[in-house]
Design a protein around this ligand. Sequence first.
Ligand code: DC
Length: 649
Amino acid sequence: MSHEFLDLPQLLSAAGTVRLPGSKSISNRVLLLAALSAGVTEVRDLLASDDTERMLEALQALGVGVESLGDEAWRITGCGGVFPVKQAELFLGNAGTAFRPLTAALALAGGDYILKGVPRMHERPIGDLVDGLRQLGADVTYLGNDGYPPLHLKPASIRPGGSVQVRGDVSSQFLTGLLMALPLTGETVTVDVVGELISKPYIEITLATMARFGVTVVRDGWQRFTVKAGSHYVSPGVVYVEGDASSASYFLALGAIGGGPVRVEGVGRDSIQGDVKFADALAQMGAVIEMGPNWMSAQAPAGGLQAVDLDCNHIPDAAMTLATAALFAKGTTVLRNIASWRVKETDRIAAMANELRKLGAEVEEGEDFIRVTPVDRLASPPEGIDTYDDHRMAMCFSLAAFGTPLRINDPKCVAKTFPDYFQRFAGVTRAAPVIAIDGPSASGKGTVAGRVAAALGFAYLDSGALYRLTALAAHRAEVDWADEAGVASIAAELDVEFIGEDIRLNGVAVGDAIRTEAISAGASKVAALPAVREALLFRQRIFNRAPGLVGDGRDMGSVVFPQAVLKVFLTASAEARADRRYKQLIGKGFSANLPDLLADLRERDARDAQRSVAPLRQEADAKLLDTTSLSIEEAVQQVLDWAAEAAVQ
Ligand code: DC
């Protein structure tokens, strides 16, 4: 049973800039209109995808200037409505957003073109669009089955006084393709939609994109659209392809919770997507929102966020982000009119309620609302936050990391809309810092780590104690230290509390019971079992809280906290360590024998270094601190100096 998870440390703050990936439907509209324009258009933030690649290749084949500027920016040298290449065969793969609008544009452009695609493309209907184009005088022949690609387009003889009827109830892409091509006729053309027009928001995007390129469509409700004679596309110079407005919501919320400002680039005041209204909702919670034409930013208000009671019908997707932002707002947040959540990727009201409750929040859910009351200190659910194969659940719950370290199960579900979400997330957030101190037994790292933590006001994790406690608990339960599954389930269930210097097992202080030579040997044995290490992983990571952590052990820097801001490999000669242990034992009134201690130490060193999982070794990025001839104070000072250099605090 393997499941994927992502462990997030508690976040301290968020600030920075995120460029959102471009929207697919906007990308291909902009490319075609840039190609049809007079002048040069620089298209920025284009989505990198199959559909856009097919469009770029086709435009290039038609003689349009297509030049990559790197970084998802392209320079398109438009042809002013007249493609230089008059005869071409274009292969458009399975790119519907390229095939439909190119069919319309090329049918009216006055050349001889063949348009084809993959077999599946030849099964996707295009008859409604072809019928519309024929009404204008286009000469279109089906090369395969009637009503389907591949198509042969020959120069049209445009009929004056144009009027077209097109069906609106199959795909809005037919109307989109037709509308975008109409300026090529040079005539005034009126399109009447037959039947109920579906996917209206996409027609809004079409009209807005055309307007950006200088062509106004006169609209009469959703039934009649007119493009006037003399309309022609003019390059607006630079065009930014909008990012996904719903994806922007997570980053704006990060800024509103974590200080900010967090700025998203790709959507802004001029956005043609409905979900940008999320910014207004965040502003109602008190966030300081700023906007430019293609950017927005959010900052936390001085007094913190306030709860809202909001009808979210207009922003169903982005509203999910408000539910987790509510964890950081004063008061009870109510999100209403969200019945559609119940029929999305999952029942989002139920999923949201379950997972918010795991963090300790008080949640009430209704058929079409959710009510969230936060708690002062969020809990880290040991089994993690479930994401229900819903990208938005994963992205929403990343915000909860401001309250607690967190495990997100199946984080890769974000790929549906935002494959590198968590990289971008890490890029604008600052996590509670970790100083990792690894080294062999009796090197003095526990003492040094404890003092460094105290000096910085950080928490201290004695990870060795967890292995010692596991060995002790297994011993008490009469589970053999070699029984991997048995010991691992004990490790998973370990009821342990660290209260200052005190370590409690099942509520009882263990004192020196975990420091005996027998338990030391047992700890070293159970620590070699992969399932035991796995069971203790998240238990260690939940120590990664504000304001910071010093962890000591063997694999702090390599496995548990690879993101540590400072990694120290603290060691001393075996003789020096045996001598220190000897003095420590004698000081506590135990009897001890130096040669035996030295032999034991070497044996444990060997086992810790040679085991297959998380063996003890100095990481390439760890600083070596040999304390053989250093006092504790000197060692502590050295670590503090390094911490200052690493800009910890
Ligand atoms: O640091 P210590 O002596 O208290 O550690 C006890 C045992 O646990 C030791 O044999 C190594 C093991 N250990 C480990 O494998 N990984 C850690 N992070 C800490 C300790």
